[in-house]
Design a protein around this ligand. Sequence first.
Ligand code: DAH
Length: 356
Amino acid sequence: MAAKDFLDEIRADPELGGIYEEARAALESAADSEALEGVRVAYLGRKGRLSVLLQGIKRLEPEEKRRVGRLGNLLKGWLEKALADKGGLLRIGEMEEALRREEVDITLPGRAFPAGTRHLLSSIIEEIEDIFIGMGYRLVEGPEVELDYYNFEALNTPAWHPSKSLSDTFYVDVPGSGSDDVLLRTQTSPVQVRVMEATPPPLYVIAPGKAYRRDVPDATHSPMFHQVEGLAVDEGITLGDLKGTLEHFTRRMFGEERDVRFRPHFFPFTEPSAEVDVSCNICGGSGCRVCKGTGWLEILGAGMVDPNVFGYVGYDPEEVSGFAFGMGVERIALLKYGVPDIRYFFDNDLRLLRQY
Ligand code: DAH
């Protein structure tokens, strides 16, 4: 039976005809998918007009039941197809509309990703590493949570030494141990002991890392800071080697025209010991605010490894000698770039960090 025929039959029935005409008008005026779904529900939903009518046919006389059942189902089929056809059309329109709305103008300039940069301290550490690697040194690391033995005892630092006091060192409470052997290293020097313990001479190493001290933060103090430790042990190493090495380092770091001087000092693990100054790179040595008028800036501590330290690690001080040095990274950054306050390094204010 052609579509026309059953539509005529439907139209001829007052009730089905009414549903048909109204559904057709509703379909026509449905302007988008949402409205169309409304039409579907209104006629074919569980309580839709056509569904209700089809549910009702069971109460009709057999003849009527057959007639209305047949026409009702034909009407349902027609409506389902009409809904699908119109749905397809609407979706195409809506897709085109969305494409127009979401069109991307590929000729517009892009938005650049903000590129991160290295933290100033990381670059300084890398610079120091590069200079020493260039002289044949090897990079090593040690733990930040250290044992008293490595941080003090094996570095020839006696129990009464002031740096061992509770007010200077962060001790780590190890529950149940009842001992105060564990601490946050106050210097990177314990790495010297660990490396010598694990490796026979000769040895040329640097150990960058964090160190901790119970200091109240101010312009020149921070409870966490960075150091780079250096250690060279070989046959016949002299103070001259130490001086030459540090001279080379400071000139690479601060400029070729820099001078270096050694001032006698004391460190428990070196003998003799010195503090090393570089001629002020701000005023060129004539005296300024940064060098406090002296023309010199202190940049590190150094010395010849004390034979007692060799004793702790099983090196024979009759066979080998060595030098060691330790520098504060923040201090070097402060001097090299004229940063006036150590706290700036840890505030993470982008206005400062972006400058380097
Ligand atoms: N560990 C010392 C400090 O934190 C610095 C230092 C001095 C390291 C002399 C050394 C050295 O290796 O030989 O003050």
